[in-house]
Write a protein that binds this ligand. Sequence first.
Ligand code: HEM
Ligand code: HEM
Length: 183
Amino acid sequence: MAEPRNRYSIVSLVFHWGLAVLILTQILLITAHDATEGPLSREFVQIHKAVGLTILVLTLARIGWRMANPAIPLPAAMPRWEKIAARTTHVLFYVLLIALPMSGWAASSAGGRAIEWFGLFQWPLLPVERSRDLARSLMGLHGAGVKLLYVLVALHVLAALKHQFINRDNVLHRMIPLIPRRP
Ligand code: HEM
Ligand code: HEM
């Protein structure tokens, strides 16, 4: 029998780390927006929107890739509840990485604010009702989604550290092949 795959493909690694960097960029851009005023501050939000929509497109591509390339099995020694928790977190990440950009996009559309994709072209607005209240509620959802994202990232990173330093298995090596594989 062929040995089961025990490492993510290069495409999966690029998707994982590329998107993680883009998400961090999003938070830094909002921090820069909060710390500045005037046109510069507004420019940071414009870039935040363009990066966010790029995250949406990349996440859809990533889900397509993931459906064509099923997950590699988690370590057999992992308790069932941990496997369920891990997979649930991963699914929630995918859901959030669609819901967050969609809520931002819908809020900009309800607010009638044009979106420029890195100054290259106008990103179309969604056909939603023009309403300040709707825009505000959608931004509320955006903010709530961000909080859930923080919780998930914290759980995800703690779980990765637990695998590395407590379980001492190869889970982190699968996502960071530079970390030596344990026998
Ligand atoms: C995965 C993608 C995204 C992430 C991780 C993200 C993250 C964030 C964060 C952390 C904030 C600050 C929230 C707060 O202070 O409560 C924020 C605010 C905001 N986001 Fe996003 N966002 C994403 C996508 C988008 C997109 C696609 C748009 C619009 C097209 C957008 C529009 C906005 C706007 C307008 C604000 C408020 C900025 C202000 O304070 O005036 N976001 N986002
Ligand atoms: C915003 C940041 C991050 C997001 C959104 C994210 C998202 C994800 C998702 C969706 C998967 C599942 C991949 C699949 O479909 O099979 C995954 C797997 C993984 N992530 Fe992250 N991740 C982030 C940051 C990190 C960080 C900082 C670490 C390391 C400390 C990490 C370590 C891992 C590992 C080890 C796996 C593989 C689990 C397995 O073998 O099944 N991630 N991540």
